[in-house]
Design a protein around this ligand. Structure first.
Ligand code: AGP
Length: 609
């Protein structure tokens, strides 16, 4: 939800900033801008409507050679995508430039006050109030001006600012929205996330809430909002540069779909000891504590919520615990009955999603232990939870979650097995069968990826349809939900994911020959029930595309198309079936000419409510 960058060093800032923004474009792409500061203090600002391709063209004639600057790629919250609302924003005199990710909640009141004092605004954004506040508070010390201005601000922010009278300085700060500081050789970087400067350095500081950082050619200092120095650990991130680039694939989404076997293997690495006992290091729960647990509550949004829905089946089966799965935006505004007997599992790729984060805070306030299942190392949720399970999927740039979903499923499997072992609720036979099957699951995922040609044929057949229905039962139901979400978010086709048994209570009325039904019908305990549901669909004339287990001779007789997956344990099928649905959504979207990495109206990380 907006990406910001900052650079101070010896290189041409315009180029470094633009490269950084390219790597953050997944965070927003409706407008963009940057400001380069010349050594004499001239601020050169460029702002464009549209994505970074539009900016690239404009930059060809943007003749600056300054080595200090800030940049922004926007996902609009306050004010439509327009040149006026694009960042950086400036004050009345054009002496300050500022970029911002987050929301200044009291901006209406601040704006009114500032206007009364004679400030003239040129945008509809909340951000611009900060430029005017800094203008009022500035007297030689940019860091101090930023600190004083932030005292007045309510809401979330990651900001970076420059001033014409401090040409060799960038001041930046964060609260809730992420901000990372990167250390190069005689150069410093600021960014909303690490991939922005990965080609230049892996040495980073994940700035904390209310940290203010001031960078100049002598180095950087970090303080709190009162100006007291704070120390932050410099850590070395191990993300490879390849993982943040397309590496020969047409789109990040496609690359990330293909990375899934490796990502799953990585998430499974070192999770079993030499006796094949599952290890979930950060949970450090004793047998007694595990036995005292009364309930699991999963909190998440979007695709992560679907991983949570799947988790319900796994926790109930192996850990024998009641489970509630909550959409985070609904969880936070209720009279919650959460207690210290509950384990709250928060799932999030980004570790920043505002609603999930708020859910974590509320659950902890009520005394529950919170474990976060997160992909982004050092993200806010990792700091605000009692335990962390990393998904180890590497950077996911495509807006549609793919490899982070399958690795989230792996974390659900690991956590439920771990609790099941502690509680003695999973049988030895089932436990070892699952552990053995997990060893071969990445190979089976590769096999599924090998049938993209078949998926492409199905996409060709159905890509002009206006509506799709995805059906599943048991663990196939969350996968049906996920398949529908993937299709709608990147191809803009209306799709619904439904529990197959529920279809006859309403959605069956939608069916006719123009509504393809995608049915998850693998060989599992609800297979026969699924076949009945497929028959009901056929009787209404709708074409059926089944995702089925290899060797199923019956299903080909009743379905129009079948995409196969290798046989596996019932509870592990989602790791295979979802790949076909991701590929289907991808192929359909491409055939419809959609931008799969940057679907309209969306942003990868939703840091606003
Ligand atoms: C998935 O394809 C979506 N882009 C979206 O639903 C996403 O899963 C959701 O916004 C949650 O994000 P998080 O995992 O970073 O919390």
């Amino acid at each position: 939800m907006c990406g910001i960058v900052g650079y101070l060093g010896k290189r041409n800032a315009k180029e470094v900033l633009f490269e950084g923004l390219r790597r953050l474009e997944y965070r927003g792409y409706d407008s963009a801008g940057l400001c380069v500061v010349s050594p004499s203090g001239e601020l050169s600002v460029v702002r464009v409507v549209g994505n970074l391709d539009a900016m690239e063209k404009t930059l060809e004639s943007f003749d600056t050679h300054g080595t200090v600057g800030i940049g922004h790629t926007r996902w609009a919250t306050h004010g439509a995508p327009s040149k006026e609302n694009a960042h950086p924003h400036t004050d009345c005199k054009g002496e300050i430039a500022i970029v911002h990710n987050g929301i200044i909640e009291n901006f209406v009141q601040l704006k009114a006050e500032l206007e009364e004092r004679g400030h003239v605004f040129s945008s509809e954004t909340d951000t611009e109030v900060l430029a005017h506040l800094i203008e009022e508070n500035y007297s030689e010390d940019l860091g101090e001006a930023l600190r004083k201005s932030l005292e007045r601000v309510e809401g979330s922010f990651a900001v970076a600012t420059v001033h014409k009278d401090s040409p060799g300085t960038i001041a930046a700060a964060r609260r809730d929205s992420p901000l990372v500081l990167g250390f190069g050789d005689g150069e410093w970087f600021l960014a909303s996330s690490v991939p922005a400067f990965l080609p230049s350095t892996r040495k980073v500081v994940f700035l904390e809430h209310n940290d203010v950082v001031v960078i100049d050619s002598t180095g950087c200092s970090i303080t709190d909002l009162d100006g007291a120095e704070v120390r932050r650990e410099v850590v070395e991130v191990d993300w490879s540069l390849d993982s943040a680039e397309k590496g020969g694939y047409k789109d990040f989404m496609l690359k990330e779909i293909y990375e899934q076997p490796q990502a799953v293997a990585e998430t499974l690495r070192d999770k079993f000891d030499n006796k094949k006992e599952v290890i979930v290091e950060d949970l450090r729960m004793t047998r007694e504590e595990a036995l005292e647990l009364r309930r699991i509550v999963v909190v998440a949004c979007g695709t992560s919520y679907h991983a949570g829905l799947l988790g319900k089946y796994l926790f109930e089966r192996w850990a024998a615990l009641p489970v509630e799965v909550e959409i985070a935006s609904e969880f936070r505004y209720r009279n919650l009955v959460v207690t210290s007997d509950d384990l709250v599992v928060a799932i999030s790729q980004s570790g920043e999603t505002a609603d999930t984060l708020a859910g974590i805070r509320e659950a902890r306030r009520l005394g529950a232990c919170v474990v976060a299942v997160v992909n982004v190392v050092g993200s806010q949720m990792t700091r605000e939870s009692d335990g962390i399970i990393y998904t180890h999927a590497g950077p996911e740039i495509g807006v549609a979650a793919t490899k982070t979903f399958t690795t989230q499923i792996v974390c659900m499997i690991l956590l439920s097995l771990y609790l099941g072992r502690l509680r003695g609720t999973v049988t030895d036979a089932e436990y070892h069968a699952i552990v053995d099957e997990l060893e071969v699951i990445p190979k089976k995922m590769e096999k599924v990826l090998g049938s993209s040609g078949e998926v492409s044929k199905c996409a060709e057949k159905y890509y002009k349809c206006d509506d799709f229905l995805f059906l599943g039962r048991g663990v196939g139901y969350p996968i049906a939900m996920e398949g529908a979400l993937k299709l709608k978010e990147i191809s803009y086709i209306h799709a619904e994911g439904y529990p197959a048994g529920e279809m006859k209570h309403g959605p069956i009325a939608l069916l006719d020959a123009d509504v393809p039904v995608v049915a998850i019908a693998t060989m599992d305990s609800v297979y026969d029930k699924m076949i009945n549901n497929i028959e009901e669909v056929k009787a209404r004339g709708a074409p059926v595309l089944a995702i089925a287990s290899e060797g199923d001779g019956e299903i080909v007789k009743i379905c129009n198309d079948v995409l196969w997956v290798p046989e596996t344990n019932e509870m592990l099928y989602p790791l295979l079936t979802v790949i076909h649905l991701q590929q289907l959504a991808y192929q359909v979207a491409k055939k419809r000419g959609c931008n799969v990495d940057q679907p309209r109206n969306l942003a990868k990380t939703v840091t606003v409510e």
